[in-house]
Design a protein around this ligand. Structure first.
Ligand SMILES: Nc1ncnc2c1ncn2[C@@H]1O[C@H](COP(=O)(O)OP(=O)(O)O)[C@@H](O)[C@H]1O
Ligand SMILES: [Mg+2]
Length: 406
């Protein structure tokens, strides 16, 4: 019997899906490390999970103390897992401190620190944007002299495009530097600006060997979406599991994961494809993808990706799976200056145009606070037997639905 603990900082709905999957997994003694009190856990899970309360799930030593309690209780702890990006480094610290097998600090740092990631990838001969760690305004100006404009400036540990700046001229450079204030203690990441389409590549790796992959298209690049309030963001999982574009990139992905030190888990890579077909790796997370790519894959393969990920992490197992549908998600982002949703327009038109293909949705509601990322205030997932139909449905959805802020 294996013992496995999942880090769930709070018992939010999405987190409960992961906990339920762990609780239901045969052959595993399940536990959870959380900041939330035991009483907040739904009754069925209270009975099935050992819960250790941790003051701060983002603290490696706190998580390590939680692991030690479980080691005393179970006699051992085989697995410590967590889906959120911000947990990856503290979990790695905790594994090292408490002697739990799995990804350590060096490898977690390769995934979490964008500068370190690019250094490792470049050293392995893999294509990444020219970049530099920026510790002063002067260093940023120097980088521009070497690489030319435009460039990207962003935090080294960014998330959801927050704090990512496209710098096209001197005025942009000044305002980006004012916002990021790069220093020795808090350096920023500067990169040459890559022109091209943006895709993802999800990979299941077991013992260092890739055993499954899948890729999605970002329709509109996250940064452009952030820059243009009227633009909406969609993610498309094509019907065909092995499109030439993704197959051509596959060896690059495999080599990158090997260079970074991926052992067992699900990874989420973002990559660019230039007009001439050449590739640039953007970034990789050693965790399940966000932006609804988990549900897209669940629907596209008629499976439960959350359950699969939990099984993969806890037992190192993955069953083959076949793509059955094309699936896509349209995110509805509020427009206007306000802090709250005051109206949602075009729902009837959207319903007429694409309603039949909608398989899941969370529509924005009036009164809801403005969201701060490109995922917006709501979304709809569409599914069909071919990619073109899904793409057209996504277009219909984002052109008809308008979320008004006020
Ligand atoms: N070097 C680059 N060239 C062009 N666009 C970039 C570059 N780096 C980042 N971006 C854009 O900014 C977005 C956010 O950057 P990313 O490195 O993915 O950070 P985050 O961790 O916030 O997702 C990307 O999805 C992409 O659209
Ligand atoms: Mg990203």
């Amino acid at each position: 019997m294996k013992t496995a603990a999942l880090v769930a900082p709070f018992f939010a709905d999405n987190t409960l899906r992961y906990l339920r999957a762990l609780a239901e997994l045969p052959g595993v003694r399940p536990a959870v490390l959380s900041q939330d009190p035991f009483e907040k856990l739904p009754a069925d899970l209270q009975r099935r999970l050992d819960v250790v309360r941790v003051p701060d799930c983002l603290s490696g030593p706190d998580l390590a103390a939680g692991c030690r309690k479980l080691q005393q209780h179970f006699g051992r702890l085989d697995v410590l897992m967590g889906a959120l990006e911000q947990l990856q480094l503290p979990m790695a610290q905790a594994r090292e401190l408490a002697g739990v097998p799995g990804m350590g600090v060096r490898v977690a740092g390769n995934f979490r620190d964008k500068a370190q990631m690019k250094d490792v990838l470049r050293a392995a001969g893999l294509p990444v944007a020219r970049h530099a760690l920026i510790e002063s305004d002067a260093a940023a100006i120097d980088f521009v002299h070497h690489v030319g404009l435009p460039i990207i400036l962003k935090p080294v540990d960014g998330l959801g495009s927050r704090g990512t700046f496209r710098v096209s001229d001197e005025a942009d450079l000044r305002s980006a530097l004012r916002a990021l204030r790069p220093s020795m203690d808090r350096p920023a990441q500067a990169e040459e600006f890559v022109v091209g389409s943006e895709q993802t590549f999800e990979t299941v790796t077991i013992g260092g060997k890739p055993v499954w992959h899948s890729g999605t298209y970002y329709l509109n690049r996250p940064l452009e979406v952030i820059e243009n309030p009227w633009m909406q963001y969609c993610v498309l999982l094509p019907r065909e599991a092995n499109l030439p574009e993704f197959e051509a990139f596959r060896p690059v992905n495999t080599a990158a994961l090997a260079a970074l030190g991926m052992e067992t888990g699900l990874s989420h890579m973002e990559w660019f494809r230039r007009q001439d077909g050449s590739h640039v790796i953007s970034e990789v997370g050693a965790r399940p993808p966000g932006v609804q790519i988990m549900p897209l894959n669940s629907l596209g393969h008629e499976t439960d990706m959350v359950g699969r990920w939990v099984r993969l992490m806890a037992l190192g197992e993955w069953q083959p799976v076949t793509r059955k549908h094309a699936v896509g998600v349209a995110f509805f982002r509020g427009q206007g200056r306000g802090r709250r949703v005051v109206a949602v327009h075009g729902l009837e038109q959207a319903q007429r145009a694409a309603g039949k293909l909608v398989v899941d949705r969370k529509l924005p509601v009036v009164g809801q606070p403005k969201a701060d990322g490109y995922e917006g205030e709501g979304w709809a997932i569409v599914q069909a037997d071919d990619t073109a139909t899904v793409k057209e449905a996504l277009r219909q959805l984002v052109t008809s639905v308008q979320v008004e802020l006020g």
